[in-house]
Ligand binder design. Structure first.
Ligand code: IVH
Length: 674
């Protein structure tokens, strides 16, 4: 393909992708499937890799991330990012209205009301129509440059196609994690034995500061735009909001222009409960004077504008009786205490139960059975117990004694140092743990055996036919026909699903076998890095630490998993059943074979590469990465600040020591100049 052909194709793909993206985010419609969309994006990425000079700053390929930011640059805001004055009462709102009226000396004015979105504020700078910079609030004067991460947020336009747009303008908005995404993320975390994140806001904030933008891309953040700055042609805040809509920013349709403070109060009342149905958390209403010239006349105090105020809703909270505490056992054996409450109505639903997280939380709240407790629906969908109504405590209440035996199998519980949860150590004999592992194994993201539902798993477990994932592959038609509700057709359907699952790629199998802390992403990286389960099982703790995404906690968990003889037997049985325990060649996405049969140790810091990047390049070009210098090693790639002992050892053993430049020569097929 010539450069010209590539340019044309890139343009066409970009236009198509942008079209479908806008359709999805602005009109909430789709014309193609997610798969077809991903295919278009993949084609674009491939072409841009081939012709890097054609990759535009606003290419939709930026949406998938890939940039690593070690340290976020601090940059000064063009206009300071101020906070808003807060109020919780009608009276204070009316005082605010009086101050505005006085400041405007009797001139008529209107308000513009929006919800106060509970996310992370962001400043987006557009230069010549292109998103040039995205900066967090920071201390209001300077913030962090998080552009690469923000570019992965699909509802933020990377380019404005409007010739009349100012050369330079700024958009303020709120980055947030939608409630559904947050719940999903927490489910996934629980599933691999990680603790839940506390709330969506902090999770969004943490996500924006992640170093690897491709992980940010998977977190599916969103952004509501609510403020346009740096344009002269706009007379009211309302016009600014409409302009943002025309430029395809994601503007929440919940705003309303209000003629006077009475209408503002009605808006506040209207959204008090309705806001529960919104895709994100909101904690109040922002009231702004609509006309920009009037805003300017009212001006600012040192901290906040005089032309705007935030009315905060009181957290919805009720008091109800704590009847008892029950305990749930998860797949990993972690125990979760649950408050069983006297049913109570709270913002639209009846609440009967609330998670208490762990024993520390119960101690912190000083809970007694029979207490009246305050229940809130705060940042999360699951209600939480926020405190005890001490005034209502009577002599008949009794302090909670945390269980010391598993409620399911009566095994003595253990507590790992540094962790809040209690665990049931009876991994292979405790029913909910076993069923949980099988459910994890068959789920869509793992082996995807959808002909086997959770109910069937229950039946198979209860009848003693399936006690571990490997048992699934020994099932026969006769076994299934013995189960209630199964006929020949449904039984064959199950067997077909099981048979098909044998083709599931290694990375999914690795996720399915349920090593603690090994989620989908980590499993993918491990599969690509180690290539086979045998390599992974043989890797030492130190070697595991060299793999991408692996820290001490994961390395330790992987070692423990493979040292357990029960797990070893299970893997052997799954191998015999015919599951994939090796990456298929196409998955490695080989770029070349120039480093075939060569082994490398990487040491020190490099100018042009992160260490993970170097490892990746070596693997993609057929080489192997080792963790320690030995006589068999081909090359030691030496960066700055390499430990002297490694160098000495390499010199003694006659290993070739090469620089970053030499390595690049090797990659080009030239000899390393040493
Ligand atoms: S306007 C000068 N509108 O609240 C006024 N802010 O306490 C600029 N926020 O840092 C803010 N929703 O992060 C505005 N509809 C909305 C908002 C909103 C949430 C946040 C924003 C700001 C903070 C002010």
């Amino acid at each position: 393909m010539t450069v010209e052909q590539a340019r044309k194709e890139i343009q066409e793909l970009t236009a198509k992708i942008n079209y479908h993206n806008n359709l999805y985010y602005q009109q909430h419609r789709t014309e193609i499937s997610d798969y077809e969309f991903d295919q278009l994006l993949e084609q674009l990425i491939k072409l841009e890799d081939q012709f890097p000079q054609l990759k535009a700053d606003d290419s939709p390929s930026q949406r998938v991330g890939g940039t690593i930011t070690k340290e976020f640059k601090t940059v000064a805001h063009r206009y300071p990012m101020l906070s808003l004055g807060n109020t919780y009462s009608r009276q204070e709102l009316e005082d605010f209205d009086n101050r505005v009226a006085k400041g405007l000396e009797g001139e008529p004015y209107e308000y513009f009301c929006e919800l106060k979105f509970d996310g992370v504020s962001i400043s987006l700078i557009y230069e010549n129509g292109v998103l040039a910079r995205a900066v967090t609030r920071g201390d209001g004067v300077r913030g962090d440059d998080v552009t690469a991460n923000v570019k992965t947020i699909r509802s933020i336009p990377l380019r404005i196609t409007d010739n009349h747009a100012p050369k330079l303008f700024e958009v303020r908005g709120e980055v947030f994690m939608p409630k559904t995404v947050f719940e999903q993320l927490n489910k996934e975390r629980e599933d691999i034995g990680e603790e839940r994140y506390a709330n969506a806001r902090n999770t969004a904030s943490g996500t924006l500061k992640m170093q690897d933008s491709s992980v940010v891309a998977q977190r599916r953040l969103d952004c509501y735009a609510y403020y346009l700055l740096g344009t002269d042609s706009i007379g009211t805040h309302e016009q600014g909001v409409h302009q943002l809509e025309k430029w395809n920013f994601n503007v929440s349709p919940t705003y309303k222009k209000c003629k006077n403070i009475r209408e503002v109060l009605a808006y506040i009342a209207e959204w008090e409960n309705k806001r529960d149905g919104l895709p994100l958390e909101t904690d109040g209403v922002v009231i702004k004077v609509n006309r920009i010239d009037q805003q300017q006349r009212l001006g600012f105090t040192a901290k906040s504008p005089r032309w705007a105020i935030a009315y905060k809703y009181k957290a919805q909270s009720v008091s109800t009786r704590l009847n008892s505490i029950t305990y749930q056992v998860g797949r990993t054996g972690a125990i979760t205490p649950v408050a069983e409450l006297e049913p109570v109505f709270l913002s639209g639903t009846t609440v009967k139960r609330a998670s208490l997280h762990n024993a520390n939380e119960i101690a912190r709240l000083d809970l007694h059975i029979g207490d009246y407790v305050f229940v809130e629906k705060g940042g999360e969908i699951i209600p939480k117990v926020t405190g005890v109504d001490q005034a209502k405590r009577t002599d008949s209440t009794r302090p909670v004694t945390y269980i010391d035996r598993c409620p399911e199998c009566n095994t003595k519980l253990i507590r790992v140092e540094g962790e809040a949860a209690h665990y049931c150590p009876n991994t292979n004999g405790c029913p909910p743990q076993i069923k949980g592992r099988i459910e994890h194994f068959i789920q869509r993201k793992a082996m995807d055996i959808d002909s086997l539902g959770f109910r069937t798993i229950e039946q198979l477990y209860d009848s003693g036919l399936v006690k571990s994932p490997a048992d699934i592959y020994d099932l026969t038609l006769n076994d299934l026909l013995k189960l209630e509700g199964f006929k020949e057709k449904s039984a064959r359907n199950v067997l077909n699903g099981i048979e098909q699952s044998k083709a599931t790629p290694f990375e999914s199998v690795l996720f399915a076998i349920g090593i603690r802390y090994v989620g989908k992403t980590v499993a993918e990286k491990l599969a690509r890095y180690f290539k086979t389960i045998d390599n992974l099982a043989a890797a030492t703790y130190e070697e595991l630490l060299m793999a991408p995404e692996v820290g001490e906690k994961i390395a330790l968990s992987i070692r423990q998993f493979f040292e357990n003889p029960e797990n070893q037997r299970e893997i052997e049985r799954l191998k015999k059943a015919g599951l994939q325990f090796t990456v298929s060649e196409t998955e490695v996405k080989k770029e070349s074979d120039v480093l075939a049969n060569k082994s490398f140790v990487i040491s020190g810091v490099f100018q042009n590469y992160e260490r993970d990047q170097l490892k990746d390049i070596i693997l993609k070009n057929g080489g192997r990465v080792l963790s320690s210098v030995s006589g068999k090693l081909d090359y030691l790639v030496a960066g700055e600040n390499m430990g002297p002992s490694k160098r000495e050892k390499a010199e003694k053993l006659g290993v070739t020591i090469i620089s970053e430049k030499d390595f690049e020569n090797l990659l080009k097929g030239k000899p390393a100049t040493k």
